[in-house]
Design a protein around this ligand. Structure first.
Ligand code: HEC
Length: 562
């Protein structure tokens, strides 16, 4: 039996792997003793005085620029205050403190260690299951740290002794030249080999003021993040890009080639050598202010939106009246968030004035027939080629749909939209169309449920871009063109969909499709408990705008051609 079972396991593990790597709720460790649980720390450890002085000592490893660490900070501060009165002491340890990380064999920020008055390690692992890299819940469903503390204070052993901790890998001393990939890679340096990759693929988001949690412009930060970076690139969490490179060519493609991944890994394994500044690439210049040039009109949110430090924020909607007296063709649209670090992405919709509702494109899924403008992190604004544009009807209202994500720091946001009007006649209207299925029904617990939607072109057209949209249970998405002659062609395949990234895939060359071409959008959903962000695996899920509901929308930008 055994070999067969192994085979099945491998077969099952294959396609799921990437997803598992991307998001992983804290798994219990099978042999806690192998991670030091139940064992005493050396009597002369630097923690000894603190241990002697408290009923329990909780050591928390943090890194100021690890996103998971930042998210847990407010909660850990509250625990610290509440438990102090009961004799439990919290110690925040920096994950760059080599002596403490070595003493406890700490692996990730935020990993926590609970030590009893005898100096024995009683629990290690995650705080709870609310946050991890790539997922967050409204509230924790397993309060691992609190349960461990409460059990120990009551004189009992915790039910769970050790788990893997979510967060960023802690740097540990590495041996120079010890790279398993090192053959032929001797001499890799930051300035010569790694900085050019970071410039091309990372710093759009990883620079001061942008959405990435740390800057990758300088050698010092890059070095201090070496292991985390290696993990993020080898597991393909970073840069965020989810299209299978087998299909389609994209002007905004940012995926790393296997060679680039190998270069970064080998550099980290070699101890992150700096090399000579002479070899550094010329610094990239970033434009300040509007990227579309001076807008002809700017529309702002009527009031600031407060964003809390922690938890999840439901989508927010703001209605902003335009003051346009006549129908206006727009050449460029830029959506500029105020709180860049907390604004995750924005869709802007057009609402026609009441007396012209008839002209509003069909409402296939409520508001979501197609967006007018979009902002996703790391992406340049929409500037249409000459002769193409979008039309704003006189008296239209802009509807901002904003997804805020918390990151440990409270903020306020005022988002604005800038428009550049077309100065030359527009002959091709850019249509953004959502291919929608509002009848989806995802059974409770289903790990891989398939649904589809389709759209048939009524004219010869050119497709400019594609943007799959689902919510937290979204797992995979594929657009296939079925040409009038019956030939099928995959336009975009996203085998591991990630709700955190609403990437718009822009075609390098617009794709010409003939009248009668059908675009089929196939979506897969994971409503099982194996999906760590799943708000409730016991519920059947239907179409809806709330984050606990689901969506199946394949957005598509196209122009008609004559
Ligand atoms: C489109 C924007 C964007 C690009 C491009 C990008 N990042 Fe990130 N990165 C982010 C954001 C946002 C986060 C925080 C994610 C979170 O909160 O979970 C992040 C987190 C990280 C983390 C810490 C979390 C983890 O997954 O381990 C590392 C390391 C990282 N990025 C490295 C890189 C590297 C290296 C590159 C280029 C090769 C890159 N990133 C490109 C936006 C980006």
């Amino acid at each position: 039996m055994k070999p067969i079972r192994t085979l099945i396991l491998i077969a099952l593990a294959g396609p799921l792997c990437a997803q598992d790597d991307l998001k992983q709720a804290p798994a219990a460790i099978e042999k806690p003793s192998e991670r030091g649980v139940g064992k005493p720390l050396p009597a002369d450890s630097p923690l000894a005085p603190l241990i002697a002085d408290s009923k329990l000592l909780v050591v928390v490893f943090t890194a100021p620029d690890c996103p998971v660490s930042k998210l847990y900070r407010p909660k850990l501060d509250r625990m610290d205050k509440e438990y102090r009165a009961r004799g439990v002491r919290f110690l925040t340890a920096s994950s760059s403190d080599a002596s403490l990380t070595a003493l406890l064999d700490a692996r990730r920020s935020t990993e926590v260690f609970v030590i009893d008055p005898k100096g024995v390690l009683r629990y290690r692992g995650a705080v709870d299951d609310q946050y991890g890299i790539g997922y967050s819940r409204d509230a924790a469903t397993k309060n691992l740290l609190v349960d461990a503390i409460e059990a120990l204070l009551a004189g009992k052993a915790p039910a769970i002794l050790a788990t893997e901790a979510p967060g960023c890998e802690i740097e540990r001393p590495s041996k120079p030249g010890a790279s398993p990939l090192g053959t032929g890679k001797i001499g890799i340096t930051f300035h010569k080999d790694v900085a050019p990759i970071f410039q091309r693929r990372c710093v759009d988001c990883h620079r001061p003021g942008e959405i990435g949690p740390f800057s990758l412009l300088s050698y010092e930060t890059a070095k201090s993040k070496g292991r985390t970076i290696k993990e993020a690139v080898t597991k393909k969490r970073m840069p965020p890009w989810h299209a299978d490179p087998k299909h389609g060519e994209w002007s905004n493609d940012r995926h790393l080639s296997s060679q680039e991944i190998e270069t970064i890994s080998a550099w980290v394994d070699a101890g992150a050598p700096q090399g000579s500044a002479k070899d550094a690439p010329a610094p990239r210049r970033f434009a300040e202010g509007w990227l579309i040039g001076t807008p002809d009109a700017v529309y702002k949110m009527p009031r600031a939106q407060k964003i809390p430090a922690e938890g999840t924020v439901p989508y927010k909607y703001f209605f902003v009246r335009t003051d346009l007296k006549e129908d206006t063709w727009v050449q460029a649209i830029e959506v500029r968030p105020g709180a860049r670090q907390q604004v995750h992405h924005i869709l802007v919709f057009l609402q026609y004035p009441l007396n012209r509702l008839k002209e509003q494109p069909p409402l296939d899924g409520g508001l979501f027939h197609g967006y007018f403008g979009i902002m996703v992190p790391g992406e340049s604004p929409m500037i249409f080629p000459e002769g193409m544009g979008k039309k704003v009807p006189a008296g239209a209202t802009l509807v901002f749909q904003i997804h805020y994500t918390t990151n440990g720091e409270a903020a306020e946001d005022v988002t604005q939209v800038g428009l550049v009007f077309a100065k030359k006649p527009v002959t091709r209207e850019v249509v953004t169309r959502g291919i929608v299925n509002a009848m989806i029904r995802i059974p409770a617990g289903a790990p891989d449920h398939r649904e589809e939607a389709s759209f048939t072109f009524e004219n010869d057209s050119k497709i400019l871009s594609l943007l799959p949209h689902m919510h937290i249970r979204g797992k995979a998405f594929k657009y296939t063109a079925i040409h009038p002659d019956g030939k099928e062609e995959v336009l975009l395949d996203v085998p591991v969909y990630d709700f955190n990234w609403q990437t718009c895939y822009r075609l390098k060359e617009p794709k010409l499709v003939k009248k009668g071409t059908k675009i089929q959008a196939v979506a897969h959903f994971d409503n099982s408990k194996g999906n760590p962000g799943n708000p409730d695996p016991t519920k059947e899920v239907r179409f809806g705008q709330q984050s606990w509901e689901e969506m199946l929308i394949g957005y598509m930008d196209f122009v008609k051609v004559d």
